[in-house]
Design a protein around this ligand. Structure first.
Ligand SMILES: Cc1cc2nc3c(=O)[nH]c(=O)nc-3n(C[C@H](O)[C@H](O)[C@H](O)COP(=O)(O)O)c2cc1C
Length: 229
């Protein structure tokens, strides 16, 4: 039993006035979630905000599959768990000796094992066509395909953060794209790009750990980093 009481949809929407910089500074991958239901109408409002994002040639060829049924979540969990069991140990080996990194893995483990208990999964998809392709030869950029999806996903993550929902961008659960397509009954040209599991946040938001800006910025040409001095 949990004594957690989620806010009403109206209360949650009122939180969207959070200062933008606060939302950006504290938005992070929140994987440990309450299993209390999340109102689909609330997520619908956040998805609408997410669609204010740019797309290549203003194509707007998005589709969001919002998974709420236990049956569909269980099917996706069956796709995800074997993948998690392959990649989990690789990640654990990489984190060996780093206590903080190891601690951070526990919520991911929890989520993989409780995937079907997560209140709601959003699967952002994009339509593949001649110009916007998810796969290409090395010399052909795929950035206009993925670049038409991830800005909207980031908007969704920020909106979730503001209202108090925990969310994260995940690609592993749908790593085997054709199987995910079949499960979600997507047409072949509609490609699932990631999964955003959503529930009321159990853990804390940020502050996040990121590389310092002085190491990242180059002025005029790569290697000219006056802020580093
Ligand atoms: C393209 C992309 C793919 C990702 N795939 C996964 C994933 O499959 N599973 C997962 O748990 N997190 C995934 N993440 C989330 C990252 O692990 C997370 O954003 C990063 O570790 C920073 O975490 P923080 O924001 O909590 O600091 C992905 C993030 C991106 C941008």
């Amino acid at each position: 039993m949990t004594d957690f009481t989620p806010p009403t949809t109206e209360e949650a929407l009122a939180r969207l006035t959070m200062p933008m910089a606060d939302a950006m500074r504290t938005q992070r991958a929140v994987r440990r979630l309450h299993t209390a239901p999340v109102d689909v109408d609330l997520v619908y409002e956040l998805l609408e905000l997410s669609l204010k994002a740019p797309t290549s040639s203003n194509s707007q060829d998005w589709s969001y599959v919002v998974v709420t049924s236990r049956e569909q979540k269980e099917r996706l969990a069956k796709l995800y768990l074997p993948l998690f069991r392959i990649f989990g140990p690789i990640e654990r080996r990489r984190a060996a000796g780093d206590e903080k990194a190891q601690r951070q893995m526990a919520p991911g483990q929890w989520q993989a094992e409780h995937f079907a208990d997560i209140p709601l999964l959003v699967v952002p998809c994009y339509e593949r066509n001649l110009k916007h392709r998810p796969v290409g030869r090395p010399q052909i950029s795929v950035s206009s395909f993925y670049g038409s999806v991830f800005p909207a996903v980031q908007n969704l993550l920020l909106a979730c953060r503001a209202v108090g929902l925990g969310a994260s961008l995940q690609t592993l659960p749908i790593w085997i794209v054709p199987v995910a397509q079949r499960m979600l009954e997507l047409p072949r040209k509609m490609v699932p790009v990631c999964v955003v599991p959503i529930g009321w946040a159990k853990g804390n938001y940020g502050p996040t750990t990121r590389r310092p800006i002085r190491d990242v910025v180059h002025i005029d040409r790569y290697g000219n980093q006056p802020y580093r001095r």
